[in-house]
Design a protein around this ligand. Structure first.
Ligand SMILES: [Fe+2]
Length: 258
C-alpha cells in the first residue's frame, strides 16, 4: 500500500524584513533549513500543509516572499492563517499565485483533507475560534468525504497542553469542534500548530498531533511562556505524515539544526 506523504510546516513567524529576528532567532534561515531537509526526505512529500502564524504581524512582504517561494517548490502547498496572520492579506496574496494556496479541502489517496480557519473571535492574547461558517464547512466536507478517511487541519489546539498560559488561548470553541467530529466515524486525525511544541495523543477515537514551529519552541507544561532550552527540542521542526489507504497513519517529527 502506498501512502500519501504529507508534511506539516507551522508557526514560521516570518518578519517583513528577512534579516529581522524573532525572539532572537533568524526565522527566515530556520525555514530555509526546514524546507531543505523536507526536500531531501524519502519518500518525498506529496503535499505541504502550512498551519498558520506564517508571518508575524507583517505587511504583504512576508506573504509575497513566502508564496513566491512555495510556488517554486516541486510540491503543492496549502495554507491557513493563525492568530498572528492577516487573513485578508493571505487570501489576496494566495489568489495572486493561482489560488491553490487558499484551497480548503482536497481528496488524495483515499483521504479527505479539510483545512479550517480558527482565527475568529480573537481575544487579543492569541486565542481564536471557529466561526459558525467554518463549523458548517467542516460538517459539509465531512459529509462529502464520507467514503474517505479524514484529516482535519487548524491552527489552534483543540485540546489543552497543560501549560496554563497556552490553555487560556487554545481553540475557544473546542467543544463545538468536537461535537461536529463526534457525528462522523471517518475522522482519523487532527493536526494543529500554535503550541510550538510536539504532542501526539488520542481523543474520542481521533489522533491529535501538535507540531513544533519552524521559528522557536515553547517549553511544555509551564505557567508562562518560556523558550525551550533543551538542545534537541529547541531546534526548528516540522511533521511528516504517511496516510495509508486503510486509514493507518505513520508520523514523525523532524528537527533540523537552527
Ligand atoms: Fe505561533
Amino acid at each position: 500500500m502506498t501512502p500519501v506523504v504529507v508534511a506539516q510546516i507551522t508557526d514560521c513567524h516570518l518578519q517583513d524584513d528577512p534579516c529581522q529576528d524573532y525572539r532572537g532567532f533568524n526565522v527566515e534561515q530556520h525555514l530555509d533549513r526546514v524546507v531543505e531537509n523536507l526536500l531531501l526526505q524519502t519518500p518525498a512529500a506529496d503535499l505541504i500543509l502550512w498551519s498558520g502564524d506564517l508571518a508575524h504581524h507583517g505587511g504583504p512582504e512576508g506573504y509575497q516572499r513566502l508564496s513566491q517561494r512555495l510556488t517554486e517548490l516541486p510540491v503543492p502547498s496549502y495554507w491557513i492563517p493563525g492568530n498572528h496572520d492577516d487573513v485578508t492579506l493571505m487570501q489576496q496574496v494566495g489568489s495572486q499565485f493561482g489560488g491553490q494556496l487558499n484551497q480548503r479541502s482536497l481528496v488524495t489517496g483515499g483521504w479527505g483533507i479539510i483545512l479550517l480557519d480558527s482565527t475568529s473571535e480573537p481575544d487579543g492574547q492569541g486565542g481564536g475560534s471557529l466561526a459558525q461558517c467554518e463549523l458548517d464547512f467542516l460538517q459539509q466536507q465531512l459529509q462529502r468525504f464520507q467514503d474517505c478517511h479524514c484529516l482535519v487541519v487548524l491552527h489552534h489546539n483543540p485540546l489543552p497542553v497543560e501549560s496554563d498560559w497556552q490553555d487560556q488561548i487554545m481553540l475557544g470553541n473546542a467543544d463545538q469542534f468536537w461535537r461536529v467530529l463526534g457525528q462522523h466515524h471517518h475522522v482519523r486525525a487532527v493536526i494543529n500548530g500554535h503550541v510550538h511544541q510536539s504532542s501526539d495523543r488520542m481523543h474520542n477515537g481521533v489522533r491529535v498531533m501538535m507540531t513544533p514551529a519552524t521559528s522557536v519552541q515553547f517549553k511544555a507544561a509551564c505557567q508562562q511562556l518560556i523558550l525551550e532550552d533543551d538542545p534537541v527540542l529547541k531546534q526548528p521542526g516540522y511533521r511528516c505524515l504517511e496516510l495509508y489507504p486503510d486509514g493507518r497513519i505513520e508520523t514523525s517529527v523532524k528537527r533540523v539544526a537552527g
